[in-house]
Design a protein around this ligand. Sequence first.
Ligand SMILES: *Cc1c(COP(=O)(O)O)cnc(C)c1O
Length: 245
Amino acid sequence: MGSLTGAGRQEQQRRTEQIRANLAAVREDIAAAARKADRDPSEITLIAVTKTYPASDVRILAELGVLDVGENRDQEAAPKAEATAGLGLRWHFIGQLQTNKAGSVAGYADFVHSVDRLRLVPALSKGALRYDKELTCLVQVDLGNAEPVDANTARGGVLPGEVPALAEAIAEAPGLNLGGLMAVAPLGADPAPAFARLHELALSLRSTHPSATMISAGMSGDLGEAVAAGATHVRIGSAILGIRR
Ligand SMILES: *Cc1c(COP(=O)(O)O)cnc(C)c1O
């Protein structure tokens, strides 16, 4: 930041105060939802989703103590991770992942929330081994819409019945840890029943894989419902950084 002009420094300060205020409000919402659900707020990890926002915002978040950051596109995440190396960040990959990008994602990510098919498992495993790291992988579950959805409204993930096989493949793959489950609430429907279903699936997974305790659910619009249904990781973008254009 040493090269910033006076105006640049002022802008950076203004942005820091904005993010600080948004962050305080989000933390307050998480704490209130946790209290209401008789949960300890410290059980819930806030992941700041930084997609479309610059590396300078990631630095501000780190200064404010947010070390868990999420991105959904490798092309955007890879350079951002490189630009902020050395800050002790944990990168969460939360978007649909092409098999040919798995190796790149394994280079900077600590968590991949969006494993939605078997073919990704050997690709991620190979990447983790190449970088000599343990990559924590979550199975993304499709909590859909009882009715079939088209490609534009599909939220991704495997059907609940396919969770055990995919989870087992991750658990057995060298270099990969099975973290748990992730989901996005169905569009235009009450998120509460969907998150309750996710919670049930997570408990069932835990009975066979006790260390797979992560439940990644909840975005800016539905974090309260997610926390009520046992989310351990919430993925918050716009409520912290602003509405994406
Ligand atoms: C963008 C995104 C988020 C954050 O959404 P906001 O509504 O901005 O909080 C969370 N999860 C996934 C998978 C996303 O793509």
